[in-house]
Design a protein around this ligand. Structure first.
Ligand SMILES: Nc1ncnc2c1ncn2[C@@H]1O[C@H](COP(=O)(O)OP(=O)(O)OP(=O)(O)O)[C@@H](O)[C@H]1O
Ligand SMILES: [Mg+2]
Length: 408
C-alpha cells in the first residue's frame, strides 16, 4: 500500500478534544456527520482525522463532490479517490464504465428550475438500470477494498451542495431521494458496516437539507457531532502562534491577543487568522509607532471589512440561494438586513412585523412558521445568534461586511 501524503495542513491547531471524540466514535464503528456553522473548521478537522486513520493502518481518502452535477460525476469522483488509495484498477474501471454509461443516458444537465419554471422527468428504465449498475459497482468496489480486512475511512465533503445541484436537474427531487436512500443502504450494508467508516461534512448542513425534504430517516444512522469556535484561551494562544509564524513574524502579548479575539467576536480559527494576516499586511505608514498595538488591531479590522476584501466573505452570500432556494433566500436576506443594522441585532417581534409588511395579505401563521424555520437555519449555519427573543449577527466581522456590502 502506498502511504498517501498528509491530508491535514501543517498549520492545524488544537481541536484535541474533538479529535479524541471522533476517533473514539470511528473506532467504535460509527459514521459521523459533522454539524457546524460555516467556516468553523469542519474540513480541516476531517482531514486531520484522515491522517489519524492512516496512522492506524486504515485506508483513508477524501472526496469533495461540490462540483458534481449529476450522479455520474458523483460516482466518478468517488472512483477517482478510491483508485488513489489502491483499489485494483479493474474494479475502478468497472465503476467508471458504469458511470460513463449513466452519463450518456441522463437527461441534459441544464438547470430547468429557475424558481418560476420547472418540470419533472420520470426516469426511464434504461436510466434506472444504469443508475443501479453504478450503485452496485460502488458497493463491489468498497467490498474489494476491505476484502482483506482492512478498514477504510472516507471523508466526504459537500454532499449537500451536490444534492442541491441535483435537485435543480430534471426529475431532481426524485433523484436526490434515490441517492440518499442508496447511500444509507451502502453505509449500513452488513458486508461493509464493520470496516467502512464515513465522515461527512459540508458548508450546507445535511441535516437541514434532509429535514426540508422530510427525509430525516435517510441519515438517522449517522452520529451528528457538533464543532464550535475555539475556547477563549485556545483562541488567544492561536493568535500568538499565528503572529509568531512565517517570515514576517512578531510577538503579541496576551492582552493584545485578547483584543484581537474580542474584535472578531466569535473566535473561529478562520476569522482569527484573517485578522493576524491583516495585521501582518499593514503597510508601514499605517502602522502605529508601537506596532503591534490596539490601534493596529483596529486598523487591521477596518481593512478586513473594506471593499477590496469582499472576496473573503462573499461565499456567505452565495450559499443563501443554495441553502434556501431563490424565493426563501429573499426572505433570509430581509431578515439578515434587519439584524445587521446594530451590533445587538433586533427582536423577533420586529422581524415578524417586517415580514408581515412584506406580505400584508399572507397568513400570519405561515409567516410565523417561515420566520421560525429561517431563524433556526440561519443560527445553525452561523449567521445569527438568538437569545431572549433577540437576534444578532454572530460574528462582528461578518456583520460589518453585511452592513457595508450586502444590505444597503
Ligand atoms: N484547527 C484549525 N487550526 C488552524 N486553522 C484552522 C483550523 N480549523 C480551521 N482553520 C482555518 O479556517 C479555515 C476554514 O476551515 P475549514 O475549511 O475547515 O472550514 P469549514 O467548516 O469546512 O468551512 P465551510 O463550511 O465553508 O466548508 C481554514 O482554511 C483554516 O485557515
Ligand atoms: Mg468545508
Amino acid at each position: 500500500m502506498r502511504r498517501p501524503k498528509l491530508f491535514s495542513s501543517p498549520d492545524f491547531y488544537d481541536r484535541q478534544w474533538e479529535q479524541y471524540q471522533f476517533q473514539r466514535l470511528l473506532t467504535e464503528g460509527q459514521n459521523i456527520l459533522v454539524t457546524a456553522p460555516r467556516r468553523v473548521g469542519k474540513t480541516e478537522l476531517a482531514r486531520k482525522l484522515l491522517d489519524w486513520a492512516t496512522d492506524q493502518g486504515w485506508l483513508a481518502t477524501y472526496a469533495n463532490v461540490e462540483h458534481a452535477q449529476t450522479e455520474a460525476d458523483f460516482f466518478d469522483e468517488l472512483a477517482k479517490v478510491l483508485l488513489d488509495v489502491g483499489i485494483r484498477p479493474g474494479i475502478g474501471d468497472q465503476l467508471r464504465n458504469a458511470g460513463a454509461r449513466l452519463r450518456k443516458l441522463l437527461p441534459a444537465s441544464a438547470k430547468v428550475s429557475d424558481g418560476e419554471h420547472s418540470f419533472e422527468l420520470a426516469f426511464n428504465s434504461d436510466i434506472e438500470d444504469a443508475l443501479r449498475e453504478a450503485q452496485e459497482r460502488m458497493n463491489q468496489l468498497l467490498e474489494s477494498l476491505t476484502s482483506e480486512g482492512q478498514a477504510v475511512l472516507i471523508g466526504l465533503d459537500e454532499l449537500p451542495i451536490f444534492l442541491s445541484t441535483l435537485a435543480g436537474q430534471p426529475g431532481g427531487e426524485a433523484r436526490v431521494a434515490a441517492i440518499l436512500n442508496w447511500f444509507r443502504k451502502l453505509r449500513c450494508a452488513p458486508s461493509l458496516l464493520p470496516r467502512v467508516r464515513w465522515l461527512l461534512c459540508g458548508s450546507i448542513g445535511l441535516d437541514t437539507f434532509v429535514e426540508q425534504r422530510k427525509m430525516a430517516g435517510s441519515i438517522n444512522d449517522l452520529r451528528p457531532q457538533k464543532l464550535g469556535p475555539f475556547e477563549h484561551p485556545i483562541a488567544i494562544e492561536f493568535v500568538k502562534l499565528r503572529a509568531r509564524s512565517g517570515t514576517d513574524s512578531f510577538e503579541v502579548a496576551d492582552e493584545l491577543a485578547e483584543e484581537v479575539v474580542n474584535q472578531v467576536g466569535w473566535p473561529l480559527p478562520y476569522y482569527l487568522r484573517l485578522m493576524v494576516d491583516e495585521l501582518k499586511a499593514l503597510p508601514p505608514f499605517k502602522r502605529s509607532k508601537s506596532f503591534p498595538s490596539s490601534a493596529d488591531v483596529k486598523e487591521a479590522y477596518a481593512a478586513l471589512v473594506s471593499p477590496d476584501k469582499k472576496i473573503q466573505f462573499v461565499h456567505w452570500v452565495g450559499r443563501l440561494d443554495l441553502q434556501f432556494g431563490k424565493v426563501a433566500a429573499l426572505t433570509a436576506h430581509a431578515i439578515l438586513k434587519q439584524c445587521c443594522q446594530k451590533p445587538e441585532g433586533t427582536t423577533k417581534t420586529r422581524l415578524r412585523t417586517m415580514l408581515i409588511k412584506r406580505n400584508p395579505h399572507g397568513d400570519p401563521e405561515t409567516i410565523e412558521r417561515e420566520l421560525v424555520d429561517l431563524l433556526s437555519v440561519l443560527e445553525r449555519d452561523g449567521y445569527l445568534h438568538g437569545e431572549d427573543n433577540r437576534w444578532a449577527f454572530r460574528s462582528f466581522l461578518l456583520r460589518d461586511f453585511w452592513l457595508r456590502h450586502v444590505a444597503f
